[in-house]
Ligand binder design. Structure first.
Ligand code: GAL
Length: 859
């Protein structure tokens, strides 16, 4: 493994580049180089599919399964950033354990036979706190981030902001390239989005589409280092979704037009545990609408459709690598085109001659509205709108990006207690769990507002938030005193108005307290604040609580951005004019008392003054709650439903499961239906309008013990802990719909009889494949019809034509199994209606193997 001799070494080599494709070298060393077409591994050109997985966004216990699911889905490579602030949270103190055991992660990738694309950053962006920079970096004398500055020199996606650094930016890029190459790592280096990358470094594309991307030199291959197959969400925002048919179209177009390395950002997004979420306002879930969801479950049909796509692309690999220059190009229509990769020039007007052994073709219809039929190789092909057909042998269609044969899965969220009534809802609907609440009795403890304890200090003027907290906590208290005369009081009464506090700019959240009572709150990214105040005669205590909600992770001049307040802080509306508080004497306190007492730590419970929660005290702001709970049975992923709470943080057995905030997404702007056709952007196909952006918070199984799990919650605004519930996530309903005219399974292409020419692809029946989550099996077949069924998943109905054997045959093939495969043909079902195209539609239910045993036992 390169670059990981020690923590110190890694960061000493921090550069503005990414280390491309490190082999699983400790198993089998081989050469990695490149030419203008592709990466060469042991001298051979490769077409590579890469899956983005960020190791600290899952637990080490989840890693093997995530890597295996990526591999099964067709990935050759796993890509990750290195998160510097996770590895060196305090200067000189390194952490390479647990979720930060990157060496273990790399070895697991190698042991499954995959490659690793390592993005050493350490500037990551990645919706990760401060873009991966340790906050202590700001304190290094003379430092300027992301430019030609001696104390600095590190990077990612620099081209986006380079212009803002002028000449320094250009010099910095050259320095970074030289430095990286000077390491003699023996593998190629990549700079993404770097149009001026030096000749010796591969520049690459990060975007929703990269088929038009050309590297800055003919000598370099086309790499797509971030294919945004989903998007992130912010507190109070909608949830983005990228339709898989569009994503598959984009990927097929990329390989069609000469691409050779493509990475899904993210194949598994995971969770921003602790305070690792970036900012401002990135949510705790980093699900990203990825093919593997936050909990490690497959998102279907996304995962399955991409798996088929990858298999089809892999079938074309021999042809894709054989072409040295441009593929053969045929314009098939105004918005239709073919690219043909072949060992020799082919006559595209007729079927391929026997002697042409290697030929693959991609036929694209980029018209968003119309299906078209095109003629090539002496055959007619029908192309749905916005789709690509892949013909590995320049004759048969192995795959079309718009025709989904893979199953659809509907995830459900069930109560964490099997003994209570179950509630099932489609995974995307954030509905409240009326079933099982963790407990009706809780312990509680009040957090103190303002100055208290001995860790406060005073200073004249307003100190910048991060300079004071060093990001050891989200919270910083600013406290000052205001003297109010009886004349002022009389003046306000007479004028019938209230004095107010104004701050020119604030971020991320500010709460204003007067004499211990909350006057108001505001959140935003450098937004002005104007807050009317109820002041009393004499001395008033004004407390401003400044909160960060994830430090800025994107952009230039990050070290100067800071947090808290900017500009003037003043009181207006006083009889004798405004009072400027900007230079007053302020008392400062970092963090919460409960944070310093580690109220969330199992071994610190004895020291804390927890008392029984009285119903009458709810809702209560700035309050700690605790409870214990038993882990739900089985192995299914677990989440905490905090939809009843306001804003805060939660810990289970001392592990922070992240920030929570029940901010509601806008009522409007979600799409009722999602049209995959046409260029995607993150605003298209959003869901979750009018609901909290996030209400389920993942508790990794590895952090749970069978019983007596300590749950501690810090709540800022109110909320009702009595309605907190546990949920178990799994795939409950699976559906498939495959017609006789669908293409045969991709595996046919590897069948010896097909390779030997004994069977033609047209003789092989399409298949339906159904699969439950690991540890689950098909417990019931709810619907099965081979004929002309109508509707979609959870809504199927029989059509005019229906084979009466459908249900029994599907039950026989599937019931009691984790997965099953059924041929979609008359041979299996008999022909229920001649000269009609038949379709098989199935809806089945999955149940965990443990539940099923219970079920069978009770029969
Ligand atoms: C890219 C960046 C990634 C991530 C992504 C959005 O520009 O390189 O780290 O932030 O945007 O999810």
């Amino acid at each position: 493994m390169l670059g990981f001799r020690s923590g110190q070494g890694l960061f000493a080599v921090a550069v503005a580049v990414q280390l491309a494709v490190v082999s699983a070298a400790f198993f089998e060393p081989f050469n990695v180089s490149y030419d203008h077409r592709a990466l060469l591994i042991s001298g051979k050109r490769r077409m590579l599919i890469s899956a983005g997985i960020h190791y600290p966004r899952a637990t080490p216990e989840m890693w093997p399964g995530l890597i295996a699911k990526s591999k099964e889905g067709g990935a050759d490579v796993i890509q990750t950033y290195v998160f510097w602030n996770g590895h060196e949270p305090t200067r000189g103190q390194y952490d390479f354990k647990g979720r930060y055991d990157i060496v273990k992660f790399a070895k697991l990738i190698g042991s499954q036979g995959l490659y690793l694309h390592l993005r050493i950053g350490p500037y990551a962006c990645a919706e990760w706190n401060f873009g991966g920079f340790p906050v202590w970096l700001r304190d290094i004398p003379g430092i300027e981030f992301r430019t030609n500055n001696e104390p600095f020199k590190i990077e990612n996606e620099y081209g986006n902001i380079e212009g803002q650094y002028g000449q320094g930016g250009k010099e910095y890029v050259r320095w970074a390239a030289k430095m990286a190459l000077g390491l003699g790592a023996g593998v190629p280096w990549v700079m993404c989005k770097q149009t001026d990358a030096p000749e010796t470094i591969i520049d690459s594309c990060n975007a929703f589409y990269c088929d038009g991307f050309r590297p800055n030199s003919y000598k370099k291959p086309a790499f797509w280092t971030e294919d945004w197959n989903g998007w992130y969400a912010s507190w109070g925002g909608r949830l983005p979704h990228r339709p898989v048919r569009d994503n598959a179209f984009a990927v097929a177009r990329f390989f069609q037009r000469g691409g050779s390395f493509q990475n899904y950002y993210m194949f598994f997004g995971g969770t921003n545990f602790g305070r690792t979420a970036g900012g401002p306002f990135q949510i705790t879930s980093y699900d990203y609408d990825a093919p593997i969801d936050e909990y490690g479950l497959l998102t279907q049909p996304k995962w399955g459709h991409l798996k088929d796509l990858h298999a089809a692309i892999k079938l074309c690999e021999p042809a894709l690598v054989v072409v040295n220059d441009s593929p053969q190009y045929v314009k098939l229509g105004p918005m239709q085109e073919a690219h043909i990769y072949s060992s020799e020039r082919v006559d595209t007007n007729r079927s391929l001659s026997e002697s042409t052994s290697i030929c693959s073709a991609f036929l694209a219809n980029i018209d968003e509205h119309k299906s078209v039929t095109v003629k090539i190789f002496g055959e007619v092909y029908s192309l749905p709108p916005w789709s690509v057909s892949i013909l590995p042998n320049c004759k048969n269609v192995a795959f079309n990006t718009a025709k989904v044969g893979s199953q659809v899965s509907i995830k459900t969220v069930e109560s964490g207690s099997p003994s209570r009534s179950n509630k099932t809802e489609p995974g995307e609907l954030l509905l409240h769990n009326e079933g099982f609440f963790i407990s009706s009795t809780w312990m509680t403890l009040k957090e103190s507002i303002g100055a208290s304890g001995n860790n406060s200090f005073t200073a004249h003027g307003i100190l910048e938030h991060l300079n004071v907290t060093k990001d050891t906590s989200d919270y910083l208290w600013y406290i000052t005193r205001i003297n109010v005369s009886d004349e002022d009081i009389a003046f306000w009464e007479e004028m019938d108005f209230l004095p107010s506090l104004t701050i020119n700019k604030t971020r991320d959240v500010v709460r204003v307290f007067v004499n211990g009572h909350l006057s108001g709150s505001k959140f935003g990214n450098w937004v002005p604040l104007k807050q009317p105040l109820h002041l009393v005669q004499g001395c008033n205590e004004l407390v401003l609580l400044s909160e960060t909600v994830g430090l800025q992770n994107y952009g230039a001049f990050l070290e100067k951005d800071g947090a808290g307040f900017r500009g003037q802080i003043k009181l207006s509306g006083f009889k004798n004019g405004d009072i400027d508080l900007s230079n007053s004497l302020w008392t400062y306190r970092v963090g919460l008392k409960g944070e310093f007492a580690e109220l969330y730590a199992p071994d610190k419970q004895k020291n804390a003054d927890w008392t029984d929660l009285k119903l009458a005290s709810l809702p209560s702001a700035f309050t700690w709650y605790k409870n214990t709970f038993d882990a739900p049975e089985g192995d299914d992923p677990v989440a905490l439903d905090l939809g009843s709470m306001g804003k805060g943080q939660a810990w289970v057995n001392g592990h922070s499961i992240g920030r929570y905030w029940s901010l509601i997404a806008p009522e409007t702007g979600c799409s009722k239906s999602c049209n995959y056709r046409g260029a995607y952007n993150e605003k298209k196909c959003t869901t979750n309008c009018g609901l909290p952006t996030q209400s389920w918070y993942h508790i990794p199984r590895a952090w749970l013990q069978p019983s007596n799990n300590l749950l501690v919650i810090f709540e800022e605004t109110g909320g009702n802990p009595l309605n907190i519930s546990l949920s178990v996530h799994s795939t409950k309903t699976i559906c498939g719909k495959v017609s006789e005219t669908h293409y045969p399974p991709l595996s046919t292409w590897y069948h010896p009889d097909f390779i030997n020419g004994k069977i033609s692809i047209n003789e092989v029946a399409p298949q339906m494949h159904l699969q439950c989550d690991d540890g689950h099996m098909i417990s019931a077949v709810k619907f099965a019809s081979y004929g002309t069924p109508h509707g979609s998943c959870q809504n199927y109905s029989l059509g005019k034509c229906h084979a009466s054997t459908s249900l029994s045959l599907v039950m026989k093939a599937c019931q009691g199994k984790n997965n099953c495969t059924i041929n979609v043909s008359n041979t299996i079902f008999g022909d229920p209606c001649r000269r009609t195209v038949k379709t098989l539609a199935v809806e089945a239910e999955c149940a965990s193997v443990t539940d099923n045993k219970m079920l069978l036992g009770s029969w």
